[in-house]
Design a protein around this ligand. Structure first.
Ligand code: SF4
Length: 249
């Protein structure tokens, strides 16, 4: 068997009929481990790296093939946790998936992008059809407070993907009282206006459905007072972030 088919990753979960993580119906693989500590994370149990079951590229492709008739207009999405934490596996998986003609999408926060490892990231992009990038906040100090990390490399990752003409969906969670004001929307829009490969902007409603998971594994959820976002919140944000945006055709 080829080395790349033997490549292994720690798996958080799989979803065989995903409809919200990329175009069409998709096989969604959630990898274990995330370097961020988002206060609103609804998958608190996905943070710790190097735990849970390991699977090989071959295991994933075998599983994909069981349901492949569903994925005619869809494909394979890898999400997390943070999938870029297991970059060598991801490269091998996407490489083998592309060899089978499978559409590949990466759902990432971009947080582990490192310009010094550009060659590896370039190798990944060679086999990536779509990057779904989560941009949380443009204000770096508030970003650090919310996620435990700076957004500098995330924004560099967005530019890197854009420079290589890979299609992008931008995802942005609207969190009442935290990032739901014009002073946050406007810089995000200004940044998005500098990109040329954005095909979609998805504004997602913050929800607190993950609170119980924090308690179950012994952690305190710091934002219990924040209400879930409403359609009205999304519409307000959409006027500034999306209206009139020049999407890639
Ligand atoms: S990047 Fe995603 S998985 Fe990681 S902590 Fe933030 S919300 Fe959770």
């Amino acid at each position: 068997m080829k080395d790349s088919l033997n490549s292994k990753a720690y798996i958080h979960a799989t979803e065989t009929l995903g409809t919200v993580d990329g175009p069409g119906i998709r096989y969604v693989l959630f990898l274990q481990g995330c370097p961020f500590q988002c206060k609103y994370c609804h998958n608190r149990d996905s943070w710790e790296p190097n735990i849970r079951e390991q699977k090989t590229v071959q295991d994933i492709l075998d599983d994909y093939n069981k349901y492949k008739h569903f994925y005619k207009n869809g494909g394979l999405t890898v999400s997390g946790g943070e999938p870029l934490m297991q970059l060598p596996f991801l490269i091998d998986l996407f490489k083998e998936a592309k060899a089978l003609g499978i559409h590949t999408a990466l759902d990432t926060s971009g947080g582990t992008f490192n310009p010094n490892r550009e060659q590896e990231f370039l190798e990944l992009l060679k086999y990536t059809d779509l990057v779904m990038l989560d941009l949380k906040l443009m204000d770096d100090e508030k970003h650090k407070w919310l996620t435990g990390h700076s957004n500098v490399n995330i924004l560099k990752f967005a530019q890197f993907v854009d420079n290589h003409n890979i299609d992008m969906y931008i995802r942005h969670v609207i969190i009442p009282e935290i990032n739901d004001e014009e002073k946050y929307y406007k810089p995000l829009r200004d940044f998005l206006d500098t990109l040329n490969n954005v095909k979609k902007i998805e504004l997602l409603k913050y929800h607190n459905l993950g609170i119980d998971k924090w308690a179950q594994i012994g952690y305190v959820y710091e934002l219990p007072h924040i209400r879930p976002a409403t359609q009205e919140d999304i519409d307000k944000a959409s006027k500034i972030i999306i209206d009139g945006y020049k999407f890639k055709k």
